[in-house]
Write a protein that binds this ligand. Sequence first.
Ligand code: AMP
Ligand code: MG
Length: 487
Amino acid sequence: MNVDAQSTVTLDGQFAREFPELAIHWQAEQAPDPQLAALNEPLATELGFDPEFLRSAEGLQLLIGTAPFNGSTPVAQGYAGHQFGSYSPRLGDGRALLLGELVNASGDLCDMHLKGSGRTPFARGGDGLAALGPMLREYLLSEAMHALGIPTTRSLAVVATGRPVRRETMLPGAVLTRVASSHLRVGSFQYARAMNDLDLLRRLADHAIARHYPAVAEAENRYLALFDAVVSAQASLVARWMLVGFIHGVMNTDNMTISGETIDYGPCAFMDVFDPGTVYSSIDETGRYAYGNQPAVAQWNLTRLAEALLPLLHADQERAVALAQESLGSFPRRYSAAWLSGMKAKLGLAADVDDKTATSLTDGLLTLLQQDRVDYTSFFRSLGTAARGNAGAAHSMFSDTTAFEIWLKRWRTLKPDAELMDRSNPVNIPRNHLVEEALAAATDGELGPFEQLLDAVTTPFEERHGLERYAAPAPETFGPYQTFCGT
Ligand code: AMP
Ligand code: MG
């Protein structure tokens, strides 16, 4: 692929062309004074851009959608969604635009998308804008997730617009340019279904198959196979969130992808001390999206997807329901298998250690972590050191060392592999106190702390000299922690 020295990257408008029912042609709002806050140079290169060009005044205009890409037909996408359990028939991109699709260096089709680019016909009461802090937060968290090997949308750039945004206070505004394997959501199918247009629903499902699950096109019942593939992708995704202590915070059906990528980083955060009831989001008053509820919520959301797809699954609706239920019923098994295999790696156990032993060991450990309010990430990393014979750091995290000592003995009989543990247990994650510090500094015009934190979390498994601060748990004085949606 040629690297783009000017603005020769061409976008396709496939979604806009194929789904006029789900797309409103729209333009990004002008920005008074665009200034680059973050640019993902490796990603830019993968997409065929010259990073130097993107840094230029002309490049910034492309990144925020105020100058057109070749072939670009920006649209606001329509979708519905269950928000905290209540159905909203018309959500859509209220402050976002799909610029179009391009093919990356690996030959994969991906979406270029803006967030914070101005009001659209889906904006309802919103101002269509985004503040710099929340856009840098999405950049940081999504790139950290990518570095952890977890499927996610990517962040290409954050550009400060020079337009202040009114929230509780006035804040600097910004646009995030993000890349995803697509922006098809559970809510996209709910929206298509609500239009009562079977042809549209079928075309949307065919589009999802071609884009994300081409292998299922040959299945006898391709739409059931599509649903089953999404169930499998989401079971694996949520297991991976759980293994690193990621809390999405707003798992509404409009924020769940068909591709199985993590999307829409709002009030998300990594868990500090291990507690399944952990909720950081200020708007999640009932704890619906608490850490420990995420697998059940994913299955609930998939049930909503099944409902949207029912007419495609079988002509006889009773039969369609039975088929959907059978696939949905496989979620807990698939989730548990992915979780246990990840837990075995975190504990340094060989894949052939029997599941019963591994489950009992894991359950026992998590109970101890919860009882003693132990920092989840630091503990697992220190357990790698314990596998090398030095359990001092792990010990020091417990007040009840007798119970932990008994657990350690059991674990050691299974001969844990310290190197496997180091590859499976991150040392650098976006810890809440560091994220807050970095975003507060960025809001005041100082990007250094953001850049240093980004550097640390994009090498999550490396213990780097001089970066010890990024590997330490939050100080006792930090918290109770709350996150905000950033809308
Ligand atoms: P979220 O749950 O943050 O992904 O957003 C839910 C819905 O609200 C989506 O339809 C968004 O496009 C819309 N939305 C969020 N913030 C704004 C805003 N500031 N202006 C307009 N629409 C917004
Ligand atoms: Mg959303």
